[in-house]
Every structure is written in structure tokens, then in C-alpha cells.
Design a protein around this ligand. Structure first.
Ligand SMILES: O=C(O)CCC(=O)C(=O)O
Ligand SMILES: [Fe+2]
Length: 330
């Protein structure tokens, strides 16, 4: 396993974790893995994972389905306009979202959905209740054929990975490894497939692929298209550091819910993406939160007289919904 190598002094992020031991129950092995993750969570909040267990074919299927979807005429895609749903599911066209309030819009289009069984299409009442302000079904396009199955296939594989990462983060916080189990029963995970058209012409710093932001949930698992540099991370010195795609790896970055759970001990890292490659770029982030009805209360060991609670307590659903409203403007 490679250890952190001071990303501040590197043009590229280098933090990597090898997840080949993620299913190993040996407490010493798990402690070592958690220790490596801990350092990164506290100092950088962004790492690459290899041996993540999501099959290449699953990634390829989701990617080719989303490429086909994005190549449909705009009117067709707009039938599923994300602004038609109260729970922010569906399609957002180029420039319809704005992640950085100082910017003029994000130069990407996306399609967003949440938990759903592959074979039981009915939305069950219990979930609708537990999801509180975020309750509501997914919406799906009628074409391309197989879009739902291909994207949900990736979703479920990534959720399996996410479920294995929560215990690792708990260990990294010196908590019992099942600390998050009762807070993550419903997989409040949102997946987006994203398309960034190439950005050409005069540079306007206020119109980029996705403006500077932190993610809203606990952590994000991000697949980015190989061979295209676009993603950047803001380091402690306020400099943008490239986070290029590394074949065979996924990016895992921490978000605001973990910052809230840990009273800012875990870092919610500011990042952005700019596609000046001259070709289309695709990416697939999957955001893992605690269940929507769960309150984001600081973990007791992260609070002390010297470190008083930094955030108001809200439920995960209220927090995510507020941020989505600010991003999509409804
Ligand atoms: O496309 C990327 O590389 C980043 C996407 C992202 O930051 C997001 O959707 O929150
Ligand atoms: Fe993000």
C-alpha cells in the first residue's frame, strides 16, 4: 500500500489505497487499512482506491448506456427534467446547475437517480416514509434500451463497495466498525452519470465543467474517463492540484456529512472539473450519505471543550435537499 506523499508539493494527487484486503477479517489487517485511510481523511480528504471490486464490464455497460442517453435530442431528454421532481431525480441539461455560487452555471449535463431494486420496480412505502424530505421514485428514460439496467448495475456494484467502506471509516475514527450500520440501512446513495462537452473558445473562469464545491454526503465514489484530465482538488495552500484518472482506480473523496459527523476532523475537500481536452468527457459519481431520516450529530469523541460543535444538527435528508435546491435552483 502506498502512503500519503505530501500532495501539497506535487502537481498531482498521489494518495492511494489498495482495497485487496477489504474483506479480510483479521483485526490487524483491518487496523492497518483503516490507519492509512485515516491519515488521508484528516489531511487531504481525497484518495484513489485500487482492487475496488467493480467489474470493468459493469463500468463499460453504464458508460455506453449513458453515452447513448446523452446523444438523444435535447427535447427527448428534457421529458425527464430534474426540475419536475421534488426529489431531484432525472435529467439536468448543460448550464442548468451551478455548484459554485460565484459562477454562471456548470458546463455539464447529467442524469440522477437513487436506490432502486433491479427487479422490484415498485417503490415501497416504507422507504418513501424513511426518506422523509427526499422521498420519491426514480424516473427512467424509455430509450436507450437497457439504460436502467446498465446504470443500476453499476449503482449496485458501487453500493456494495460503499457498504464496505463505511466500517473502514468507522475504524479510522477509532469507533466500533459497525458504528454506521444502523445509520445506513437504506442506502441513501445518489448516482449521477455526467457528460462534459469539450470547452473551447475564450476562457471564462465562471463557466466550467463543474464549479468549485464540496460534495453533500459522507463520501463519493467517482469513476472518471481514462485519458482525460479535468478533475482538480483545492489543497491547503489554496492551489488547484490535478486529480487525473488512474486506470484501474476509483477516486474516493469525503463530503460534508462526514465533516458534520466528525466536527470537521474528516475533511470535505473542495474540487472542480474543467474539460479543456477537446473531446467529450464522461464521469460517474456516486454519493453515499447516512439515511435521510438520520440526524447529522457530531460523534462524541470529535467534540471537546477545545473543539465545540461547529454545525447545527439537521437530518441528512434536509441537508442534501437544501444543497440540491441551491445547486439546481428549485
Ligand atoms: O466529474 C467529475 O470528475 C467530478 C464530479 C463532481 O464533482 C460531482 O458531481 O460532484
Ligand atoms: Fe463533486
Amino acid at each position: 500500500m502506498l502512503r500519503r506523499r505530501q500532495p501539497e508539493s506535487h502537481p498531482h494527487l498521489t494518495n492511494r489505497s489498495d482495497l485487496k484486503d477489504i474483506d479480510n477479517r483479521d483485526p490487524e489487517v483491518r487496523k492497518a487499512l483503516a490507519k492509512a485511510v485515516r491519515d488521508t481523511c484528516i489531511n487531504v480528504g481525497f484518495l484513489y482506491v485500487k482492487n475496488h471490486g467493480i467489474p470493468e464490464g459493469t463500468i463499460e455497460n453504464a458508460l455506453s448506456a449513458s453515452k447513448e442517453f446523452f446523444s438523444l435530442p435535447l427535447e427527448k431528454k428534457m421529458e425527464l427534467d430534474i426540475r419536475k421532481t421534488a426529489n431531484f431525480k432525472g435529467y439536468n441539461p448543460v448550464l442548468s446547475s451551478n455548484n459554485d455560487p460565484l459562477n454562471r452555471g456548470d458546463l455539464h449535463e447529467g442524469f440522477e437517480f437513487g436506490w432502486e431494486e433491479l427487479h422490484a420496480r415498485e417503490y415501497d412505502e416504507k422507504r418513501a416514509h424513511d426518506d422523509g424530505v427526499m422521498a420519491g421514485a426514480n424516473v427512467w428514460p424509455s430509450e436507450p434500451a437497457g439504460f436502467r439496467e446498465a446504470t443500476l448495475g453499476y449503482y449496485h456494484a458501487a453500493v456494495d463497495l460503499g457498504r464496505k467502506l463505511f466500517p473502514l471509516f468507522a475504524l479510522a475514527l477509532d469507533l466500533p466498525e459497525h458504528f454506521f450500520d444502523d445509520k445506513t440501512k437504506n442506502s441513501a446513495a445518489i448516482m449521477r452519470v455526467l457528460h462534459y462537452p469539450p470547452q473551447t473558445g475564450p476562457v471564462d473562469d465562471r463557466v466550467i465543467g463543474i464549479g468549485a464545491h464540496t460534495d453533500f454526503e459522507c463520501f463519493t465514489i467517482l469513476w472518471q474517463e481514462p485519458g482525460i484530465q479535468a478533475l482538480q482538488v483545492l489543497n491547503k495552500q489554496g492551489r488547484w492540484i490535478d486529480a487525473p484518472p488512474i486506470p484501474g482506480t476509483l477516486v474516493v473523496n469525503l463530503g460534508d456529512q462526514f465533516a458534520r459527523w466528525t466536527n470537521d476532523i474528516f475533511k470535505s475537500t473542495v474540487h472542480r472539473a474543467i474539460n479543456r481536452s477537446g473531446v467529450r468527457r464522461y464521469s460517474i459519481p456516486l454519493f453515499f450519505g447516512t439515511d435521510y431520516d438520520v440526524k447529522l450529530e457530531p460523534i462524541p469523541s470529535c467534540v471537546s471543550p477545545e473543539r465545540p460543535p461547529k454545525y447545527d444538527v439537521v437530518t441528512a435528508g434536509e441537508y442534501v435537499k437544501e444543497r440540491l435546491k441551491a445547486t439546481y435552483g428549485h
